[in-house]
Design a binder for this molecule. Structure first.
Ligand SMILES: Cc1cc2nc3c(=O)[nH]c(=O)nc-3n(C[C@H](O)[C@H](O)[C@H](O)COP(=O)(O)OP(=O)(O)OC[C@H]3O[C@@H](n4cnc5c(N)ncnc54)[C@H](O)[C@@H]3O)c2cc1C
Length: 389
């Protein structure tokens, strides 16, 4: 027998969870179908950075609204915990990007983001353990930091459940049923589920899921290695940081660890089902060499652990949010290794688009699926080049 819902969300990562939260809040009887368990995909491996500096204003708006309306007062808005830690965030720019840094800063100020451009000397005053020889300016956001992607996901889902949503785990969607150019439901190993609204939030698997509906989405699997290092006892305060000079990002992880990863050497095109946790052979050596240039005290730290995560990445390394030519079938995928921090506002905006015909929280039109057909790939207004080299 077919179980009937108002909406089905495929995938219980942070994106699916956010969408289900917003659908259920609007009173829709919502089912979240997950082939494994919640946060078992990219979300469970996310570094969780919450920063607002992007070279594309639409992405800065998504993170700003996510911070302002959700992460900064999670308990009141969603309930439960998201683990947000305000550490401050630094975007260190290459010298040749100073003009772009200032352009992005101006865009972000216009949006309302608490940010400033500070000199290398000012960075040193704030964070004395950072070497500041290889750059002149950085953007600094005192409000930013990091959160826990699994907690965030579970809080969204628990709240959705309080509003009547059903989470069905170990339930892989294997067919998408259509009639008259519209979706009518899905087939799974646990039976058929009917709904006139279906959202594909299947992360690196979204390409495969879209194919079940006869739709070709341009995304491939992106594989990313992340290290946790023991925090050297003598190390002072460090912020969350994206450092385009050394091609790394890092942040504190609680009081005992540092999370660090590179912006290059991420593999493309693995199977999304690959579960191998072996990093690229040069990953750790290269990471430490680079990190020591910025934080010499890293020499005193030891390796705690490494993990490997996989997300879907699109040709312009920006997410896809919006409808398709198939009535009732929506995409929220291709989050390209940066989609945790934007997931609250992106979920809200997509649900507004679905139910009201127009997004209100943030205009997500730039992220529409048809941009690929139109040849309108997204580019930063003051671009730094692709974040993932
Ligand atoms: C190592 C790593 C570090 C990252 N660091 C950051 C960061 O610091 N900041 C940031 O903002 N972003 C970061 N990201 C990106 C961010 O974590 C992801 O963009 C986000 O978590 C993706 O969420 P999602 O829900 O779209 O996908 P996923 O979390 O991958 O969830 C998709 C879900 O769909 C399920 N699924 C797949 N196929 C089916 C099917 N047929 N039927 C039912 N269910 C199905 C999967 O099992 C999975 O649980 C990082 C990503 C990685 C991998």
């Amino acid at each position: 027998m077919t179980q009937t819902y108002d909406a089905i969300v495929i995938g219980a990562g942070v994106m699916g969870a956010s969408i289900a939260f917003h659908l259920a809040e609007r009173g829709l009887k919502t089912a979240i179908l997950e082939r494994k368990v919640t946060a078992s995909g990219a979300t469970g491996h996310s570094s969780g950075l919450v920063r607002m500096h992007y070279d594309l204003a639409a992405e800065s708006e998504l993170t700003f609204k996510s911070y302002q309306l959700y992460f900064s007062h999670w308990k009141e808005r969603v309930g439960g915990e998201c683990g947000f830690q305000r550490t401050g965030f630094l975007q260190i720019a290459k010298r040749e990007h100073e003009g772009n840094l200032r352009g992005n800063f101006a865009n972000q100020q216009r949006i309302g983001i608490n940010t400033s451009v500070i000199s290398a000397a000012e960075v040193r005053k704030l964070f004395p353990d950072l070497v500041t020889e290889h750059f002149d300016y950085a953007a600094y956001e005192p409000d930013s930091g990091y959160a826990d992607a699994t907690l965030t996901t579970n809080s969204f889902i628990e709240s959705a459940k309080r509003n009547g949503a059903a989470l069905i785990q170990n339930c892989e969607v294997t067919a998408i049923r259509t009639a008259g150019g519209k979706v009518v439901g899905v087939g799974t190993a646990k039976g058929d589920f009917g709904a006139p609204i279906i959202v594909n939030a299947a992360g690196a698997w979204a390409k495969h899921v879209a194919r079940l509906a006869g739709i070709e989405v341009p995304l491939v699997t992106w594989t990313h290695d992340v290290a946790f290092l023991h925090r050297p006892p003598s190390l002072g305060r460090i912020p969350a940081c994206i450092d385009d000079v050394i091609n790394c990002y890092f942040r504190p992880e609680g009081s005992a660890l540092i999370l660090a990863a590179g912006e290059d050497e991420s593999l493309r095109g693995e199977s999304p089902d690959a579960e191998d946790q072996t990093p690229t052979p040069t990953f750790l050596e290269k990471l430490i060499d680079q990190m020591v240039r910025r934080i010499p005290k890293i020499e005193e730290s030891g390796l705690h652990s490494i993990h490997v995560g996989r997300d879907g990445i699109t040709p312009d390394q920006r997410a896809i949010y919006g409808g398709t030519d198939l009535g009732g079938f929506y995409l929220a995928c291709g989050l390209s290794g940066t989609g945790f921090k934007t997931s609250p506002a992106a979920g809200a905006s997509l649900v507004e688009l679905i139910l009201d015909g127009k997004p209100k929280t943030v205009d997500i039109t730039p992220f529409r699926f048809s941009r690929f057909k139109e040849g309108k790939l997204l580019e930063g207004e003051f671009g730094y080049g692709n974040i993932w080299k």
